[in-house]
Design a protein around this ligand. Structure first.
Ligand code: GLN
Length: 537
């Protein structure tokens, strides 16, 4: 394979500028131009992985097929590139230091003094190149902003890589903020100038500047940035807020981003075929139908913690030419009147006790009112608890996650499945606190003729991703099935999906279907749920 080309993407002025979307968009354009592209996210924090970080602080933990708990940007990359990435596509400073220190303890450095340069920077370069070697392009997104102490070793590694790999093989892109000052009615370029100065002081001159702003940049503003930052004015890309993130690749082409990319990396004429993509974007922006889904969660003020699921609804909507309106319903304040106004109820995954009784009440409402329901992970577990309490009329039903000593542990922890090396059921554990999670992709064998089978086009075995500790207790299976809540998916004796007979659509899945949903390939069970909700009168 030809030499890998690297695109380093840094951020300026402040975070949350949508660097991840910029990387995904550039990756999409290169991929649709016929190249094999991958993306790597570097998180400069000391945590070894985001698995134990609070969703309030960090947003969603995205799970890859190979079971890594990663930054939510990996989810964006997969959704745009329509491909599976792996645990290697995200690393943190914690992982870099851990491996440098382990090497030092083993004596690998032969007694040398261990320093940020060269030991830490070498470790960083090595990891970047290990990921890059399998593709024609590797886009590397550095988290945080230029000037952060945490980011310094990475910028130094990037500078060195350009020196080592040659200028034709490395392109540097800076994503920055150009704020609009209302009273002056002006877009201000100074913060961008400062941030680029800081980058240049470190030895990196960006070749493309992506300017995030509320308003499009005028020709004059672009020229001002170009002059101050020493680049061509056609290399200043104006990226104003987009009506949907999936429009960004199209906006980038319209701004002529391919020219400086092609010039910088000597690629010749790039002609991405974006026709299918364009059509899906049009369906997102002007759908002809509409459906309202009640989303019963506890982090409703923080939509970032349900990122993949919300995106999966966008994908399903684009596929069904429908606007999926997600109505957030706080699981701590459930009222029937709120539930009565939606056409489907979704209970997402979650950890911890807060809000579970509200979720159970919402599930009961869906079951008793023939309202389409999809329960994901915790959502499935609570659907089973609700059924055990209100249909089987067993007392003291719970998950041992919430009550270790309940009389009827409908959901429980199977110790046997923990840490059996070589067994497909091994639980990956990432830290003492992260403990014994079942993580990543597992097969699910689907019951023929079930609603789940219909959703997955009668496929008998599918693969979906997991992130949970607790399981449905098979002891209650017979009692459940007798009363109509049947197991429609299983894997080596584990209950992976349940559904209710005599209900239009009441499905619970132990896996997280949202992690495999992409714009060009929406998740089947989510599409089916939205379709059923549309049919609800
Ligand atoms: N808390 C539950 C478990 O650990 C569900 C997890 C989830 O919904 N992701 O099994």
């Amino acid at each position: 394979m030809a030499e890998t080309k690297y695109i380093f993407v840094t951020g300026g002025v402040l975070s949350s500028l949508g660097k991840g979307i910029s990387c995904s968009s550039i990756g999409t354009l290169l991929q649709h131009s016929g190249f094999n592209v991958s993306i790597l996210k570097i998180d400069p924090y000391i945590n070894v992985d985001p698995g134990t970080m609070s969703p309030l602080e960090h947003g969603e933990v995205f799970v890859t097929a190979d079971g890594a708990e990663t930054d939510l940007d990996i989810g964006h990359y997969e959704r745009f590139l329509n491909m599976n990435l792996s645990r290697n596509n995200n690393f943190t400073t914690g992982q870099i230091y851990l491996s440098v220190i382990e090497k030092e303890r083993k004596g690998d450095y032969l007694g040398k003094t261990i320093q940020i340069v060269p030991h830490v920077t070498n470790e960083i370069k090595q990891r970047i190149m290990n990921v890059g070697q399998d593709s024609e392009f590797l886009i590397v997104e550095l988290g945080g902003t230029v000037g952060d102490i945490e980011g310094m070793p990475y910028l130094e590694a990037m500078r060195q890589l350009k020196h080592e790999l040659g200028a034709n093989n490395v392109l540097s892109i800076h994503v920055t903020l150009v704020p609009y000052i209302r009273v002056a009615d002006e877009l201000k370029t100074k913060p961008t100038q400062h941030s680029v100065q800081e980058l240049r002081r470190i030895g990196i001159t960006p070749q493309i500047i992506i300017a995030r702003s509320e308003l499009p940049l005028s020709k004059d503003t672009k020229e001002k940035i170009a002059l101050a930052c020493d680049i061509n004015s056609n290399s200043v890309i104006s990226a104003e807020d987009a009506s949907t993130i999936y429009k960004c690749p199209i906006n980038f082409i319209n701004q002529g981003i391919l020219e400086p990319i092609s010039n910088g990396l000597h690629l010749g004429n790039l002609q991405p075929d974006m026709s299918d993509w364009d059509m899906l974007v049009k369906k997102i922006l002007s759908p002809t139908k509409n459906v309202q889904i009640g989303f019963v969660g506890k982090y409703i003020s923080l939509k970032e913690s349900y990122k993949s699921l919300l995106e999966a609804f966008v994908h399903a909507g684009a596929n069904l030419d429908t606007k999926v309106e997600v109505i957030f319903i706080d699981s701590e304040h459930i009222e029937d009147s709120k539930l009565a106004n939606v056409q489907g109820i979704l209970v997402p995954g979650g950890f911890g006790e807060r809000g579970i009784e509200g979720k159970i009440a919402a599930i009961r409402y869906a079951r008793e009112n023939n309202l389409p329901f999809l329960g994901i992970c915790l959502g499935m577990q609570l659907a089973m608890i609700e059924f055990a309490r209100n249909v089987l009329e067993l007392d003291d039903c719970n998950s041992t996650e919430f009550n270790k000593h309940c009389k009827n542990p409908i959901i429980y922890m199977i110790e046997d499945f923990i840490d059996i090396e070589g067994n497909k059921q091994v639980r990956t554990h990432t830290s003492p606190l992260g403990g014994t999670m079942r993580l990543g992709e597992y097969e699910c064998h689907i019951k023929v003729g079930s609603r789940l089978a219909k959703a997955y086009n009668d496929e008998k075995v599918i693969k979906e991703r997991h992130r949970h500790r607790y399981e449905a207790n098979p002891k209650y299976r017979e009692a459940f099935e007798k009363k109509g809540l049947v197991v429609s998916g299983e894997c080596n004796g584990l209950i992976e999906a349940v559904e209710l007979n005599f209900h239009p659509f009441f499905v619970g899945v132990q896996f997280h279907p949202e992690f495999t949903s992409r714009l060009q390939n929406p998740n089947r069970v989510i599409v089916e749920f939205v379709k059923q909700a549309q049919g609800y009168k």
